[in-house]
Ligand binder design. Sequence first.
Ligand code: NAP
Length: 260
Amino acid sequence: MGVTPTGPLRPGRVLVLGGTGEARRLAGRLVEQGIAVTSSLAGRVAAPVLPDGAVRVGGFGGVEGLTAELGGVAALVDATHPFAATVTAHAAAAAAATGTPLLRLQRPGWTAGPGDDWRWVGTLEEAAAAVRGYGSVFLTTGRQGLAVFAGLTGRCLVRAVDPPAPPLPARTTVVLARGPFTREEERALMVEHGVEVLVTKDSGGGMTAAKLAAARALGVPVVLVRRPPLPAGVPTVATVGEALAWVRATLSPPAGTPRP
Ligand code: NAP
């Protein structure tokens, strides 16, 4: 990576599977460089922050639907959230079926530092078991999958962008908010609600990392859900810059390079 070829770009658009800040930034950079891009959003959020360039919204209809969509696509970048494992698997299958060049853009996960009390679990169900018995739990895993926490009897603070659907824990307070949040805001929220334990997915990135710093400062333990594995055989990068270089190299490979 790091190569920025300068030749004419191969015709055909780039499809970015989005729903993340990285996907939005990549679309913006592609538009700046005059590369035709369509971003795809699942349509889960009522009022999403839209990327530059063309946008389509809604599921494709499984691997078959996505495969059909890849007809005029010169390169596919799967920049979906680290926990959006289904669409990531679909992208790998559809790209393989059509011979479409595919890149996975996934930000690095979080790593514990001095003073952190982190407890890793494999699933949301394990996270629910790990926080059973706590008097006040802060759930920041998003509004999908909250049903597994429904049996908790302590107070639960749920933060999500859109209102979560039942079933929810009996003593739930919902805070509707979209990051980024500052460490001070997170600290104040956790103090206000007497939070005793924080639950989060290992989403990585800076947008929602302040809660981890606030938990550390308050001595609050954190239950982290491990990421699902990456799809086998798909090149993966961690930054928007690397993804941009890959797109450029894919659309305009150096002379003599066989096309994928
Ligand atoms: P998922 O479980 O991997 O995907 C479920 C289905 O949603 C897919 O089979 C696909 O439907 C559709 N889908 C997902 N992402 C799509 C996209 N970018 N464009 C078009 N269709 C998409 O996904 P998820 O975990 O529900 O996440 C949905 C979206 O929210 C993703 O775009 C993701 O980047 C974003 N997001 C997820 C999380 C999270 O914690 N999971 C957090 C923040 C943002 P079809 O099979 O019909 O094509």
